[in-house]
Design a protein around this ligand. Structure first.
Ligand SMILES: NC(=O)CC[C@H](N)C(=O)O
Length: 317
């Protein structure tokens, strides 16, 4: 069955959107990871992949960047898939925290981090993956990335080393959580797995394919491989919707209405379930740590294609 055209002039719309935002260099590149401060602020890419694998792109879609926090939905999905939802929920909650991604505020009473999209929650997910797979945990993540992108995975060792040498806050979070028995693996090994997943490299084209796999309920749009169970995808998208954009998740949900995840390198992915995956890369960030142009571009795409989950219409609905 052929897929309906998302919008006859979608390619022209993306070209125009890219051109309109090309000169907008508002925001700042991440400085707390020194290597990310060297990112080219001009690089700008938009990529959309439909659930059937049709791709619409504009700009520097083949320039690699590190996943950073955009890796979190995928490591969470892997944990749900390999360990099971009930078990994972006992260790990481699914409640929006209203705090920035790197918040060190922990609810000592409940002894679980608020959600897996903030650093504390993602570190506990790393510890769960370590507990399950031991020294093979990173390999599991690499295999997953390979299935999602169709390419051998790459890690940016400069970014890894750079973040490792300045990861004082993440180190503090993981050691504090270990002290509170919120994780049971070695804190340093847990941190290393987390930093490794953050340093994995993708292109904007790859990221839209990864988002499209989530949009299609876990089946890869090109290979047809079932990568995640539908229940895992539903869980991941729910958490991305309520927590993926941290302390601007409410505003994002109101305006854009799509599950999304951003990373401090400037990657942003949004998922229109049953329709398409959207990815944007632009290194300059807003005050919440989201790609400035990524937020703008995604807002405009969602508006133009009627993608807000609570609107009655949508181009592919
Ligand atoms: N928001 C992000 O992308 C944060 C990821 C980064 N590696 C950190 O832990 O600080």
């Amino acid at each position: 069955m052929t897929e309906p055209d998302p919008l006859p002039e979608l390619q022209a719309f993306l070209d125009e959107l890219h051109q309109t935002l090309a000169s907008d260099l508002t925001g700042d590149v991440a400085h707390y990871i020194p290597e990310l401060a060297t990112s080219d602020p001009h690089t700008f890419a938009i990529s959309i992949t439909t659930k059937n694998g049709r791709t619409f792109q504009a700009g520097d879609v083949d320039v690699p960047f590190t996943l950073q926090s955009v890796s979190k939905p995928f490591s969470y999905a892997l944990a749900l898939q390999d360990i099971g939802c009930a078990e994972v929920l006992q260790h990481v909650n699914v409640e929006p925290s209203g705090n920035p991604f790197n918040s060190i505020r922990l609810d000592e009473g409940r002894s679980v981090p608020d959600n897996p999209m903030i650093n504390a929650g993602a570190l506990v997910v790393s510890s769960l993956l370590l507990g399950k797979h031991q020294e093979k945990a990173f390999e599991r993540l690499l295999d997953l990335l390979q299935d999602l992108t169709g390419k051998p995975p790459r890690i940016n060792l400069n970014v890894l080393q750079s973040e490792n040498s300045t990861a004082h806050r993440n180190r503090a979070i993981v050691y504090l959580m270990r002290n509170l028995n919120m994780l049971d693996q070695d804190p340093e090994k847990t941190l290393q797995l987390y930093l490794q997943q953050c340093a994995l490299e993708v292109t904007c084209a790859d990221l839209s394919m990864m988002a499209a796999t989530l949009a299609s309920g876990g089946v890869h749009p090109l290979s047809g491989q079932r990568i995640f169970d539908p229940a895992v995808v539903r869980a991941v998208l729910s958490v991305m919707y309520s927590c993926g954009m941290y302390n601007s998740a409410g505003d994002w949900g109101f305006r854009v209405g799509l599950p999304a995840k951003s990373g401090v390198s400037g990657g942003l992915m949004a998922v229109a379930p049953g329709q398409m995956g959207i990815a944007i890369y632009s290194a300059k960030l807003d005050a919440h740590g989201h790609s400035h142009r990524g937020v703008l571009a995604c807002q405009r795409i969602a508006e133009r294609l009627g993608l807000h989950l609570f609107s009655a219409s949508g181009v592919l609905r």
